[in-house]
Design a binder for this molecule. Structure first.
Ligand SMILES: NC(=O)c1ccc[n+]([C@@H]2O[C@H](COP(=O)([O-])OP(=O)(O)OC[C@H]3O[C@@H](n4cnc5c(N)ncnc54)[C@H](OP(=O)(O)O)[C@@H]3O)[C@@H](O)[C@H]2O)c1
Length: 239
């Protein structure tokens, strides 16, 4: 596509990094972001022409405002927002005591409230550019799995947010989501048994790569008559 300004949250690692690099390879200007890994972000921006890194914790309202303002100050516009930053805790679903309200708040602060705040902060700029949002959800948002009940519930909330924002923000802004299955990133690095299970049972016989998800995010960012869709990227695992 080329020459769009694309902000990818949580883009110093995994799916976000692969997505930002794929947009940059297509000729777009990219804003890398993370809350903690500042050095990695600065390194990515230094090696990616026409890009920028902005540290911001999307769980903090003031950081969301600053992230959008800094993007606009540098590039003057915003065309694509990829809400990829997310967090989880691995808690067995039967372990109700461990999934206490502090855990629920910590996960919802990033995955739901942070995504909402940033989307609202970006909306004026996205309306002006007739832009688009792609949210990174999970198959855990609509199936009975996932690293913990609060995580799965947060992705279910994100799915519904995607549909309602798509309906409310048309015709100016399209809003879609991807729902990855198991993807090989630092996040799932230690989940060896799960990777083996997926490789044995998914129709495509392997875990996903960050690039597998990135290519669907890029497609949704350019699909001019698609809005309110949640596209599963799981190698057929949920069939
Ligand atoms: N991997 C999977 O199998 C899988 C499956 C389904 C869905 N997903 C979703 O995909 C997204 C990315 O996951 P991943 O596997 O690529 O994880 P990852 O490799 O751990 O990357 C997460 C990225 O998000 C950043 N981040 C975390 N909290 C942040 C915050 N509050 N504000 C800004 N940035 C933040 C991290 O940087 P810092 O920690 O340095 O801030 C990092 O750059 C998540 O939304 C996750 O729920 C992943």
């Amino acid at each position: 596509m080329g020459e769009r300004v694309v902000l990818v949250t949580g883009s110093t690692s995994g799916i976000g990094e692969a997505t930002a690099l794929a947009f940059a390879s297509a000729g777009d200007h990219v804003v890398f972001n993370s809350a903690h890994s500042v050095e990695a972000g600065a390194g990515l921006a230094a090696s990616t022409p026409g890009s920028l890194y902005i540290q911001a914790d999307i769980a903090r309202s003031e950081d969301c405002t600053r992230l959008i303002e800094s993007t606009l100050a540098h590039f003057g516009r915003l065309d694509v927002l990829v809400n990829n930053a997310g967090t989880t805790r691995k808690i067995e679903h039967h372990d109700l005591e461990s999934a206490n309200l502090d855990v629920w708040r910590e996960i919802f602060d990033v995955n739901v409230f942070g995504t909402w705040n940033l989307s609202v902060a970006a909306m004026t700029a996205l309306r002006a550019s007739k832009g688009t949002i792609v949210n990174v959800s999970s198959v855990a948002g609509s199936h009975s799995g996932g690293s913990s009940i609060p995580y799965s519930a947060s992705k279910a909330a994100l799915n519904q947010m995607t549909l309602l924002l798509a309906k409310a923000m048309g015709p100016d802004v399209r809003v879609n989501a991807v729902a990855p299955g198991l993807i090989a990133t630092p996040w799932t690095q230690s989940w060896q048994r799960t990777h083996e299970f997926v490789s044995a049972t998914a129709p495509l016989r392997r875990s996903g790569t960050p690039q597998d998800v990135a290519e669907v995010i890029l497609a949704l960012a350019s699909a001019s008559y698609v809005t309110g869709q949640i596209v599963t990227v799981d190698g057929g695992l949920m069939l």
